[in-house]
Design a protein around this ligand. Sequence first.
Ligand SMILES: NC(=O)c1ccc[n+]([C@@H]2O[C@H](COP(=O)([O-])OP(=O)(O)OC[C@H]3O[C@@H](n4cnc5c(N)ncnc54)[C@H](OP(=O)(O)O)[C@@H]3O)[C@@H](O)[C@H]2O)c1
Length: 261
Amino acid sequence: MNPRPLAVVTGASTGIGFELAKLCAERGYDLVIAADEPEIEQAANSLRKGETRVVEIEADLATAAGVEALYDCVKRVARPVDILIANAGRGLGGAFLDQEFEGIRRVLDTNVTGTVYLTHLIGRDMRARGTGKILIVGSIAGFISGSFQAVYHGAKAFIYNFSTALADELKGTGVTITCLMPGATETEFFRRANMLDTEAGRSKKADPAEVARDGFDALMEGRQEIVSGWQNKLLALVSHVTPASILAWRNRQFSAPDKRM
Ligand SMILES: NC(=O)c1ccc[n+]([C@@H]2O[C@H](COP(=O)([O-])OP(=O)(O)OC[C@H]3O[C@@H](n4cnc5c(N)ncnc54)[C@H](OP(=O)(O)O)[C@@H]3O)[C@@H](O)[C@H]2O)c1
């Protein structure tokens, strides 16, 4: 009997990543899931249903050692990776000069360096096999100069640019790259980014299950990018024809803490 296909999902303990892992399991994939906190074990237990085999690993994907620990874990499973979902990420609200550099660096190391390193390791294996699907979770923030979330928006701009370039480079190799760009979504994100006292933190948000479904469907179709939700699609279109300075000014109203408005 052929073994079930394997999906690797990062940041699968909560939010969009957990919902993406659930969809993989429902479609018959076994899972290797990773996050930085012990909650990943609870996520693994709830994903372990029927025939779905789940291996979880607690690894800090903001570090090279954490990314390598996840890659070693995948190697120990000794099965090729059919799907990689590079979803782990975090935001950081507040004015840039008031943020601690440690937090700033963590945003860059998780969203950018860790994502790029894991994509490099697993992407090479996929290319060697001539097959594989990679979903990288960006954000519509990547289209908007994000006053009061400047580093996060810059990181997601990198992710969009990187994903699109990679999708082109890998044409004809059997490996596809899809970039999922959600807008504000009801997850732990805004609490962790210390943004509950902002318009963004209080705004009505998308259901992470719906966002995950949009991303998963686009991944299966091998699409290069997907903006989740019609309002975000509209916002993405508007952002392409609006001066960056105006986008930054508008984002101030969305992301600045109440006392800075
Ligand atoms: N929510 C939104 O409004 C929104 C909008 C657009 C894009 N996104 C993107 O969607 C992705 C998922 O975020 P979410 O909204 O689902 O937020 P979330 O509920 O906070 O989930 C983030 C996940 O990433 C993991 N993670 C964060 N830093 C990590 C690290 N250094 N090492 C390993 N795992 C780490 C978290 O695990 P631990 O708790 O163990 O650290 C958690 O599993 C992120 O890339 C985010 O930028 C979110």
